[in-house]
Design a protein around this ligand. Structure first.
Ligand code: AMP
Ligand code: GLY
Length: 422
């Protein structure tokens, strides 16, 4: 099989690494790829959102399977263009991808089909949004409708802060991602879990779970980011976790998709809050998480490329999905201004030595430049260690992080020191 990974972050490096290691894979290319994907195959200099160019090159190169990495590719309709060109695509078309690209679409979908989710009001104006605050005494999550690169959600306890945010959004700052529609949602308390399911257009099957650390600083301080670290499998969940989520969340989602005639193909990422009353969905994503993919993929056994192809072709075999019992912990190294600024770095060594066994590194947005690597800033690397349990995997990962930090001490990189501690 000839595969193409679309995107250029550490998630896509992990996808290309795992696909290249699959027995059925003959070649794996990436577009645009990064310094890591270049080790597994060719990088095509085509943007992840350029469906027309991607379709043309897929035809020329006889690509059998294309995997959509980032949400921007899905929202740009890259899946639709590639399917029109006859390529099997792992990732939804634009319409089904609205489960991620429109939070209001997703909320209405959940309300229509009895998917447990946070109580919410849809507002179209400042007045309506301020009125909606009255319904939520314990704080709110204020959410822009569209994709906003992680900047579209503000969670506040305090009414004054909520009012100030709304006044900014409907005033000089504008709503992140544009438009005038927002969601005012009850603020939930509990543990956050990223749960994954594969969907071949007919059925959804569970595909593992991870815990993501979204805040920039230790102790969950600082602003929200795309994710500073993750581990899998999550600790401390009830034994019947998977069947409970299947019954309460995945089953109604699957019934809803088929009732609406929506063929959803790819991975559905359910952002869950595990509350006193069980799981509530806080968001859907139409793709693998980053950094969740980096800790999930090393745990998958069997021919991963074949599994993704079977999903893309509408014939997934639930028995083909198996996870090793080992745990993985991932820690992200980012440039120090992340997430508010991204400082490019030049001349990082292409060969990184993290010493330990069962520890690997995935490159974020970057490009190889001879024996060096240039990075555009933001999330630069994810270090992932595996071991028999989360605690040992965490120690292994941080040994790798310390070795890497010493090697890259000339660069202004930062990382959280408490991933997988609690
Ligand atoms: P989202 O983009 O919807 O995942 O939101 C970003 C982050 O905001 C989530 O990962 C949560 O940490 C937080 N969040 C979103 N919705 C809520 C909510 N209803 N209650 C509490 N926290 C939330
Ligand atoms: N780590 C969160 C995300 O990928 O959306």
């Amino acid at each position: 099989m000839r595969a193409l990974i679309i995107g250029g972050g550490a998630r896509e490096d992990a996808l290309s690494w795992r696909i290249a290691a699959s027995p059925s894979c003959e070649a794996v290319s990436s577009a645009p790829g990064n310094a890591g994907t270049a080790e597994h195959g060719e990088n095509w200099p085509i943007a992840a959102t350029d469906g027309v160019q991607l379709a043309r090159r897929c035809t020329a190169e006889r690509i059998d399977l294309a995997v959509l990495g980032p949400e921007t590719a899905i929202a740009a309709g890259v899946g639709d263009r590639l399917r029109e060109a006859g390529v099997a695509v792992f990732g939804p078309n634009r319409s089904a991808g609205r489960l991620e690209s429109s939070k209001i679409f997703a909320k209405r979908f959940m309300q229509r089909h009895g998917v447990p989710t946070a109580r919410a009001t849809i507002a179209h104006s400042l007045d309506g949004a301020l009125r909606a605050l009255e319904d939520h005494a314990d704080g709110v999550a204020i959410k822009a409708d569209g994709l906003a690169a992680g900047k579209g959600v503000v969670v506040v306890r305090d009414r004054e802060l909520a009012t100030a945010t709304l006044t900014q959004w409907y005033g000089p700052a504008h709503i992140p991602g544009g438009g005038s529609d927002i969601l005012i949602e009850e603020r939930l308390e509990g543990r956050e879990i990223s749960l994954f399911a594969l969907s071949d257009g007919e059925r959804l099957i569970p595909f593992g779970a991870a815990c993501d650390y979204k805040r920039a600083g230790d102790g969950d301080s600082g602003p929200n980011t795309g994710g500073m670290g993750a581990y899998s499998p999550p600790r401390g969940l009830p034994e019947n976790f998977e069947s409970l989520v299947f019954e309460r969340v995945l089953d109604p989602v699957q019934r809803g998709l088929s009732a609406e005639g929506e063929r959803y193909v790819g991975v559905l990422y359910c952002g869950l809050m595990w509350t006193r009353n069980g799981p509530l969905v806080i968001e859907f994503n139409a793709r693998f998480g980053d950094p969740e993919a980096q800790v999930l993929l090393p745990r998958i056994e069997g021919d991963f490329a074949q599994l993704l192809l079977s999903v893309a072709q509408g014939r997934v075999d639930p028995e083909a999905v198996t996870f090793s019992s080992e745990a993985c912990v991932g820690v992200v190294l980012a440039t120090s201004g992340y997430p508010s600024s991204a400082t490019p770095l030049h001349g990082l060594p292409r060969r990184l030595d993290i010493g330990g066994e069962r520890c690997r590194v995935f490159w974020g947005s970057s490009s190889p430049n001879g024996e060096a690597v240039d990075v555009s800033g933001g999330r630069v690397l994810t270090v992932v260690g595996s071991d028999v349990d989360v605690e040992r995997a965490r120690l292994r990962t941080y040994e790798g992080v310390h070795a890497l930090a010493a090697q890259l001490s000339g660069y202004d990189l930062t990382y959280r020191t408490d991933i997988a501690v609690t």
